[in-house]
Design a protein around this ligand. Structure first.
Ligand SMILES: Cc1cc2nc3c(=O)[nH]c(=O)nc-3n(C[C@H](O)[C@H](O)[C@H](O)COP(=O)(O)OP(=O)(O)OC[C@H]3O[C@@H](n4cnc5c(N)ncnc54)[C@H](O)[C@@H]3O)c2cc1C
Length: 466
């Protein structure tokens, strides 16, 4: 069908203000957050209801037009960016942003996919509950994107990945059928748990239109501490001690290398809250019951006595808590100011973190002269951002391969939380076993046999066609 006629048909479905075709307005939708991936699109379609999403998908299926679902565009793998053919249609659910209901007894929220994460968090907080998905992009990322990428963030250690929050899901399939599974049930073993197919599959199997999320009680007490340690081994001893002293109240356990914190100190002029050290830990504990500060003080006593930590500070105020967190959250920005960096969002078993960091750093520095490893991450759940600041001429793919091969040797994952998108498609094929890839292809062929949903993302076309 001629694109002009197709656009007319979209307008009939979603109304006058529901289609964007102006090249200047399309630009934002066709460029990813970091400006690394750029594409072209025929148009952006913005439905206002699930029935409209279904009608758009049916029309695209009938006309063989590929669709690229688009959330807040904060994904770091190019998953929401179209290819450069100009033939793909971007589907944005930003006009479907309602919080449909909140249940204070069952601690659940039914929310549409276009709702910004922070808006959903605030609505939960107004009802005295916590939506425990938290990441630095929460002011822009949307529920549909969060669930499609199975986002992680800073409190996975306690609350798990986004998948763990989903009780019910509403999706539109590749044929344009609405499947309503918006149940509020914690227990539901009636047949296949099909919703898991759409969580973390980056819009390649269906469109998420709404979800029922499990909320949690809002903690009333918080303790945040910044700790200086000599090595990742010592950091894990502090983690073990923290689990013993404050147990399930431990929310976040972030590990930062000395050089990564130095970048923040240098670029933002922030004063170090503790004495200089080779590594630092930022930990946060929250609870509905009191006694947290005492727990962290006991932790300090033990780790100092055993010389597992050299210095530490507990935040005295909300402002100081924010200052400590801002050191951790500014690392990515300061890294980009330090020059070109090659990023690896990897996970390994928690107890292997020290060995992995040492072996990978030595291997990278041996193979690529003049590079600097910038390692930091959510060590409490095994996820490290093993980034490398490199000279402009460095072969990024060769560097990726070196790091990912080591990750595989450690039984790790080449994408802990940022997904595959278009960025890591080749590496997924290289690093996952053949039976696992075969299984993934069978699922894709079953649910989207013509590869019209986000083609080129997660699985390469040649594998699906084979
Ligand atoms: C500063 C910063 C910090 C970040 N920190 C973290 C972090 O700590 N942890 C983490 O996990 N991620 C992090 N991210 C990555 C990003 O925020 C997450 O991947 C987020 O889940 C993406 O949501 P989004 O709405 O922006 O999705 P988009 O980027 O728009 O899309 C992401 C993917 O989901 C698909 N998609 C979007 N909406 C739908 C839908 N309704 N149905 C089906 N598919 C859909 C898209 O096609 C794409 O493949 C960070 C990003 C930034 C910029």
């Amino acid at each position: 069908m001629n694109p002009d006629i197709l656009i007319e048909r979209f307008l009939e479905i979603v109304g006058d203000r529901g289609v964007i075709t102006d090249p200047a307005d399309l630009e934002h939708y066709c460029t990813d957050w970091r400006g690394v991936f750029k594409g072209k699109a025929m148009c952006v379609v913005l439905p206002q209801a699930t029935a409209q999403v279904a009608a758009v998908v049916r029309l695209c299926a009938a006309e063989n037009v590929p669709l690229v679902p688009h959330g807040g565009n904060t994904g770091l793998s190019g998953g929401a960016t179209p290819d450069d053919s100009g033939q793909q249609v971007i589907l944005s659910l930003s006009r479907m942003a309602a919080i449909r209901s909140i249940d204070g007894i069952g601690e659940t929220m039914e929310v549409e996919a276009g709702c910004i994460l922070q808006v959903a968090q605030e609505a939960a907080a107004e009802s005295g509950m916590l939506l425990p998905i938290s990441l630095a992009a929460e002011g822009s990322a949307k529920i549909g994107g969060i669930l499609s990428t199975n986002a992680g963030g800073t409190n996975v250690l306690r609350y798990g990945m986004a998948r763990g929050r989903v009780l019910g899901l509403e999706v539109v399939t590749a044929e344009g059928e609405i499947v309503n599974g918006l149940r509020q049930l914690r227990k539901d073993n009636a047949g296949y748990d099909w919703k898991q197919l759409f969580i973390g599959t980056e819009g390649t199997l269906g469109i998420i239109t709404a979800a029922v999320l499990q909320l949690a009680p809002m903690p009333r007490h918080k303790a945040t501490a910044f700790i200086a340690v000599d090595s990742p081994e010592d950091a894990l001893k502090v983690l073990r001690a923290a689990r013993q002293e404050i147990g399930e109240a431990l929310n976040a356990f972030e590990l930062m290398s000395g050089p990564s914190v130095d970048l923040v100190v240098r670029h933002l002029g922030i004063a170090l809250p503790v004495g200089a050290a080779p590594w630092y830990v930022l930990l946060e504990a929250t609870s509905s019951l009191g006694g947290l500060r005492e727990g962290v003080e006991q932790l300090f006593e033990k780790v100092f006595e055993r010389e597992e930590a050299s210095d530490g500070v507990i935040a005295e105020s909300e402002r100081q808590e924010m200052e400590l967190w801002s050191i951790r959250e500014s690392i990515t920005e300061c890294e980009s100011r330090a020059g070109r960096s090659v990023k690896h969002d990897v996970s390994v078993p928690i107890s292997s973190i020290p060995s992995f960091l040492q072996v990978a750093s030595e291997a990278v520095e041996r193979a690529f002269p003049n590079v600097r490893v910038n390692a930091f991450g959510h060590a409490g759940d095994g996820n490290m951002h093993f980034n490398v600041i490199v000279p402009p001429e460095t072969d990024a793919l060769a560097l990726n391969r070196l790091v990912h091969d080591l990750v595989v040797q450690y039984g790790g994952s080449i994408s802990a939380e940022h997904g595959i998108g278009q960025y890591r498609v080749g590496e997924l094929v290289r690093c996952r076993s053949e039976p696992e890839l075969k299984l993934a292809v069978r699922v894709k062929r079953a649910l989207d046999p013509r590869n019209l949903l986000n083609p080129g993302k997660v699985l390469p076309a040649f594998l699906i066609a084979k």
